[in-house]
Design a protein around this ligand. Structure first.
Ligand code: C5P
Length: 298
């Protein structure tokens, strides 16, 4: 998450994430699934501008810079407003805010656009309102908003996340990684993908340690061979365009290719930024502009 002051406003760039590893460990009694996942944040950002307003005022306006000008569904806007209201109710700041959201991260993609916006809202308004909430307090609020929100609060570019995804164990990232991300025409709902999972599936129990070791030593071939996503098979069944995205990434000679999170976006690991950019222009033509060359954030 990057911050800058502009006059009385605070502007926050909120990054998307990719899951390099996602293993489902089992279904829980609260309806969620226990996960072990490795996430990296990437240089595809939404931008949020927070400006002080009189006590009690909370106003959100949004615009989309997405290629196919997808309208922002209420659920995404709601998550920003829910985060703002939650912080306001918890801290009683005697101030309000207007929030302008500029959307570049495609929705229903497994890139956690809604979650990163919620984390940016907690962080941004906590700073603007000088509430004095601790990091732990913010993490508690984040976990109540969604499973991916906590990852973005710490601004660590790489982390192993467990529990339902909200327990964060930051890891050092040795050097940047380059990817090309492609979003098929239609998205996927996280709840639907998890609901379609066969609880008895995944007899193999892949571990994230091998991936972390490969990342530490910077061997891209090894990183690619350790990438894993238990949700991919069920997502392909629900939305066959995921398979088309993976096939296109395979033709582009990426090191490894996989769906991120619950999809439908997929990514390929590239040898360099140049490789990622050349694939981006090829894939933009094939996927209606919905391809992005991205690097891990620092
Ligand atoms: O936490 P979040 O609101 O992003 O999750 C959306 C939905 O995805 C949940 O309501 C749940 O159905 C499913 N989910 C799950 N296990 C997780 C995370 C999400 O079953 N660890």
């Amino acid at each position: 998450m990057r911050f800058r002051r502009q006059e009385s406003s605070l502007v926050v760039d909120a990054p998307a994430k990719l899951n390099l590893f996602l293993a489902v460990r089992g279904r829980r009694s609260d309806g969620y699934h226990d996960l072990e996942t490795v996430m990296v944040s990437i240089g595809l950002f939404d931008t949020l501008r927070f400006t002080p307003a009189p006590d009690g005022v909370l106003q959100l306006s949004s615009r989309s810079l997405l290629p196919s000008a997808q309208n922002l569904p209420d659920s995404e806007a709601n998550l920003v407003l829910r985060a703002a209201r939650l912080l306001m109710e918890t801290t009683q700041p005697r101030a309000g805010a207007t929030i302008e959201l500029t959307k570049r991260i495609p929705i229903a993609s497994g890139l956690a656009g809604g979650s990163t916006d919620a984390a940016a809202t907690l962080h941004g308004l906590n700073t603007l309102w000088r509430t004095g909430l601790s990091r732990e307090d913010l993490h508690q609020l984040a976990a109540s908003l969604g499973s991916d929100v906590n990852f973005f609060l710490d601004s660590s570019p790489l982390a192993v996340c467990t529990g339902r995804g909200e327990i964060i164990n930051p890891q050092p990232l040795r050097g940047p990684l380059d990817f090309v991300v492609v979003r098929p025409e239609t998205g996927l709902s996280t709840a639907q993908v998890f609901a379609a999972l066969d609880p008895k599936q995944s007899a193999q129990r892949p571990q994230s340690d091998d991936l972390l070791h490969a990342l530490k030593h910077g061997r891209l071939n090894h990183v690619a061979s350790c990438m894993h996503n238990d949700l991919q098979r069920v997502a392909v069944g629900l939305n066959p365009s995921v398979a088309r995205a993976l096939a296109a990434l395979s033709r582009g000679r990426t090191f490894g290719r996989m769906m991120t999170g619950s999809g439908s976006a997929c990514y390929g690991l590239c040898v360099s930024r140049r490789h990622a950019r050349s694939l981006e222009s090829q894939l933009k033509a094939e996927f209606g502009g919905r391809a992005w060359a991205v690097r891990t954030t620092v």
